[in-house]
Write a protein that binds this ligand. Structure first.
Ligand code: NAP
Ligand code: 8YV
Length: 318
């Protein structure tokens, strides 16, 4: 029997994480046949490290669980309220990825507005020689920008858009002390701006927040950038609006049923698609991995963890 706490690993961790975790914990990877595994060994584990959330049956199958360290700032794939009710501390990886995700959001906006993907294809396939100059795109300079979710990443995106002379507005649950116009009503903001960056958490509270009305209000020249979660945008309404010309264009890093992307979106020239790579650089993923391990190491030493999720703040250090 090991004297180190038993840690259950869900998903493949980075190599640097595996090295650190093995020092403090007795690590076991959750097997594919989770039901049988949990029935036989569920009682052993006090900690989870996860790269992809924790399902309710897995949480229920771990009666002695005390801490979940999750890779990523969004934790919509973990029932944090249920965890808190059981006294389980959940941690995530905020802040270390703000710049990276904001960079990805801005990249999507530029790519969409300046038609980078079709223009690149025009160059690559020789159409420049056969058909002449690529048609004119639209500038991102001096635009009215709306941020849906003015949190850590939303504020970073807002600050970056200032570089392009943007006039920034935002919609969040609450008004912030910032020099941007607040819209209590999302549809009204959509009517007032040229582009919306979606950067709220996922989960039931934001489910389809960007609905057909919001999309119609953004309008035929409007651009929607989603780097939040696929669940925040009504994907069916988005596809309909794009194909009927009621929305101008979209840049999407996230989708309703990842890794599936609807064929209709793939076929659209006015859409730029990314496979959920908002934070996906070696440097930022390394920083996220460090924070996941720092949280677990703090917990194992009996210290407060660094970044508990809101629902679990009251359990920290207890
Ligand atoms: P955050 O600091 O918690 O900010 C979230 C913002 O969303 C807050 O301003 C909050 O408003 C707002 N919000 C929450 N619920 C809302 C609602 N029902 N209606 C309107 N606004 C609402 O989170 P963050 O660190 O910026 O991260 C945001 C999300 O980005 C994550 O949860 C994750 O889903 C996503 N993300 C995606 C990637 C990617 O790879 N694409 C990477 C990182 C993060 P209040 O402040 O008023 O409560
Ligand atoms: C990660 C993310 O891709 O932090 C988040 O919420 O969506 C991304 O940074 C994801 O968590 C990795 O599994």
């Amino acid at each position: 029997m090991s004297d180190r706490p038993a840690l259950l690993q869900i998903g493949k961790v980075l190599d640097q994480m595996a090295v650190r975790l093995a020092k403090d914990f007795d690590v076991t990877v959750l097997s594919d046949d989770a039901d049988t595994f949990l029935a036989e060994r569920g009682g052993e584990f006090v900690a989870i490290v996860t790269m992809k959330g924790v399902t309710d049956p897995v949480m229920a199958g771990l009666p002695n669980l005390k801490v979940i360290s999750s890779f990523g700032v969004g934790y919509d794939a973990i029932n944090a309220e249920a965890a808190a009710a059981r006294g389980i501390l959940v941690t995530n990886t905020p802040d270390v990825l703000n710049d990276e995700v904001a960079d990805t959001a801005i990249m999507l906006w530029l790519a969409v507005a300046k038609e980078m993907v079709p223009a690149e294809a025009w160059a690559r396939t020789g159409r420049w020689e056969t058909s002449g100059a690529y048609p004119l795109a639209r500038t991102v300079r001096g635009r009215k920008v709306g941020i849906l979710g003015l949190g850590r990443i939303g504020k970073t995106i807002a600050a970056m858009t200032k570089m392009f002379g943007s006039d920034v507005s935002y919609h969040s649950r609450s008004r912030k002390d910032v020099p941007y116009q607040y819209f209590a009503d999302l549809t009204e903001m959509a009517r007032a701006v040229d582009v919306i960056f979606v950067i709220t958490p996922g989960g039931p509270q934001t489910e389809k927040l960007v609905n057909a009305d919001v999309i119609d209000a953004l309008g035929p020249k409007g651009i929607l950038i989603n780097v939040a979660r696929g669940s925040v945008v009504d994907e069916t309404a988005l596809i309909a609006a794009l194909s009927e010309g009621r929305l101008g264009a979209a840049g999407l890093d996230v989708f309703e049923a990842e890794p599936h992307i609807p064929e209709a979106l793939k076929a659209m020239p006015n859409v730029v698609l990314l496979p959920h790579v908002g934070s996906a650089t070696v440097e930022t993923r390394a920083a996220m991995g460090d924070l996941v391990c720092d949280n677990l190491a703090a917990w194992a030493s009996g210290d407060p963890v660094l970044t508990p999720v809101d629902e679990c703040q009251h359990l920290n250090g207890k």
